[in-house]
Design a protein around this ligand. Structure first.
Ligand code: NAP
Length: 281
């Protein structure tokens, strides 16, 4: 069975629309997401455009700040400091990648925990590690939402996460652990990767290599979640999993595109709404 991330994300946006309208009625103002995009990365421009479109659909005001590639650290920090105290802004998103001369960590430190729509701040990551309430990185959160909506039992299952990046693999492993899975995290130094993957009940792949996971690395009946967004030999968008061969073995599998990608944007909106609703409490 193929997981319909696009459809689930649409469903979530409908739910968020209701919550955004309720917030507006209670507070007299719109939920606001500030998007800071620095530089000319073409992929970032597409992602930002998708996020703005999704905000519009749900009724969230997006405040876009597109800065040139030669923006100084001081200018970027000044903007973030202004957004941090702007009452019309409930969530701040700093689009990655940033130009190399900018100190990413210092900029993220300027985003207050309560406005950290991406869940990248040290305090939110710490809360996740301690299994406490906080804002969670959108992509892994989207994966958990897909598992939930497809009624996948996580507790007691062997979940294998391939990739340990700060934005996907690491928080993904923590979320699965917090949901009582037995978690194995694999990375570029892992030995016996094939055997470990083939023992997974739930396999989440975030490596960034086209069709890296082949059918012989997947257990019959496994749930396979492909986070990858890569290009194949013909320049077509594909995932880290060889969908054509693996779909015959998996009980559930996400396609690329139309799997995890749309969920990332939906979770960004959800995190922003959570942040706005917290201001009412
Ligand atoms: P990343 O920062 O480059 O991390 C890749 C991870 O894969 C690293 O932990 C690396 O191990 C591991 N790896 C590399 N080669 C490996 C190998 N041969 N065997 C096992 N592990 C290996 O990438 P990322 O930011 O996590 O993104 C991963 C993929 O997800 C990309 O395709 C990206 O475009 C996609 N993505 C999609 C979404 C979405 O919304 N769908 C969001 C974010 C990312 P080391 O740590 O040892 O180097």
């Amino acid at each position: 069975m193929i997981i319909d991330g696009k459809g689930i994300a649409r469903e979530i946006r409908e739910e968020l629309k209701v919550r955004a309208a309720a917030f507006e009625e209670k507070s007299g103002k719109k939920v606001g997401l500030a998007v800071v995009c620095i530089g000319d990365d073409p992929a970032s421009k597409v992602y930002v455009r998708n996020k703005i479109r999704a905000c519009e659909e749900v009724g969230i005001a997006s405040h876009v700040h597109a800065l040139p590639a030669d923006t100084t650290q001081e200018e970027a920090e000044r903007l973030i400091a202004r957004l941090a105290v702007d009452p019309a802004v409930h969530g701040i998103l700093l689009q990655l990648p940033l130009p190399e001369h900018l100190d990413k960590e210092a900029l993220f430190c300027g985003i207050p925990t309560e406005k950290d729509a991406d869940g990248f701040s040290d305090s939110n990551v710490g809360r996740l590690a301690l299994n406490k309430c906080g804002t969670v990185s959108c992509t892994p959160l989207g994966v958990m939402e897909l598992l939930k909506r497809y009624h996948v039992t996580v507790s007691g299952k062997h979940a294998v996460v391939v990739g340990r990046s700060n934005i996907v693999g690491r928080p993904m492993a923590l979320l699965l652990l917090n949901a009582d899975a037995t978690v194995t995290v694999c990375h570029s130094r892992t030995q016996n990767l094939k055997e470990i993957c083939a023992s997974a009940d739930i396999l989440v792949v975030a490596v960034g290599k086209a069709k890296f996971i082949q059918a012989d690395m997947v257990k019959e009946g496994a749930v396979v979640i492909d986070v990858g967004m890569d290009r194949d030999e013909n320049g077509m968008l594909c995932g880290d999993v060889d969908f054509a061969s693996v779909q015959n073995k998996a009980a559930l599998i996400t396609p690329v595109p139309g799997g995890v990608g749309p969920m990332t944007v939906a979770m960004l909106l959800s995190n922003t709404l959570d942040a706005a609703e917290r201001t009412l409490k």
